[in-house]
Design a protein around this ligand. Structure first.
Ligand SMILES: [Zn+2]
Length: 247
């Protein structure tokens, strides 16, 4: 299993905090990396695929401690990943350096209806033309927090914004049975990757999200831990089939 920036931020915040953040369902003893019950740990199945994009998560205050967080799943799937704690007046210098690094094309992923300056909105095919690596910035928190972060971060103001196409969202929501109104951060990322033509990355992340959701819900219920997890089984089989055919 690959330890990444989200895990490091989690450990860092944990070491800093004087009073522990009590998440709901905190009676469950969770794996510190995948955040499902230890008996259901998914770390061995973390995806191992390569891609030519980088991802940066900007996390709201206690988001890193929420077991239900899904931004973490994006960094499980995209190997070049960064995770920063959002701060309005004292932004992380490393984050600022990354955003202004000329090797990258930083792009904020956010719904267009909240973008006042329409000139900031870019079409998906304008990504990566100058040979720069796309750096996709996801604001990870509750919807209310995400809007606040988007509005109150001067260092994001000058950056282009890519919005998820409403058609692809509705196609996606229709395909799912739970009919959720707001997509999880990992679901938004899977849609963006799909729009960018990164189908394998998109499908892997969407499948990994389903695997997480299954085991997360499994951890909450009091059912026996030896119960089957069909989504995980299918994920393992698909991964094995792919690695066999590429050998
Ligand atoms: Zn784990």
């Amino acid at each position: 299993m690959r330890i990444h920036a989200f895990h490091r931020l989690y450990q860092h915040r944990l070491a800093q905090s004087t009073k522990p953040f009590i998440a709901r369902g905190s009676k469950v003893e969770r794996c510190l990396y995948c955040q499902v019950a230890k008996s259901n740990c998914l770390c061995d199945y973390q995806p191992d695929i390569d891609s030519d994009i980088a991802v940066m998560l900007l996390l709201s205050d206690n988001e890193v401690f929420k077991p239900s967080n899904t931004g973490r799943l994006i960094l499980d799937t995209v190997k070049e990943g960064y995770a920063f704690q959002w701060h309005r007046t004292e932004p992380d210098p490393e984050m600022l350096a990354l955003v202004s690094n000329p090797s990258y094309q930083p792009i904020v992923i956010f719904p267009d209806e909240y973008v006042e300056d329409e000139q900031r909105l870019i079409p998906v095919d304008s990504i990566g033309p100058q040979g720069k690596k796309p750096l996709l910035i996801f604001i990870d928190g509750s919807w209310r927090e995400a809007r606040r972060i988007f509005r109150k971060s001067p260092y994001l103001d000058g950056l282009p914004v890519l919005s998820v196409e409403p058609e692809s969202v509705s196609r996606y929501v229709m395909r799912r049975s739970d009919n959720a109104q707001h997509l999880a951060t990992a679901e938004v990322a899977a849609l963006v990757f799909d729009q960018m033509g990164e189908q394998h990355l998109s499908a892997t992340l969407a499948a990994w999200f389903d695997v997480f959701k299954e085991s997360y819900l499994h951890s909450k219920s009091r059912s026996k831990s030896d119960q089957q997890r069909p989504v995980l089984q299918a994920f393992i089989e698909a991964t094995e089939t792919r690695s066999r055919s590429s050998n």
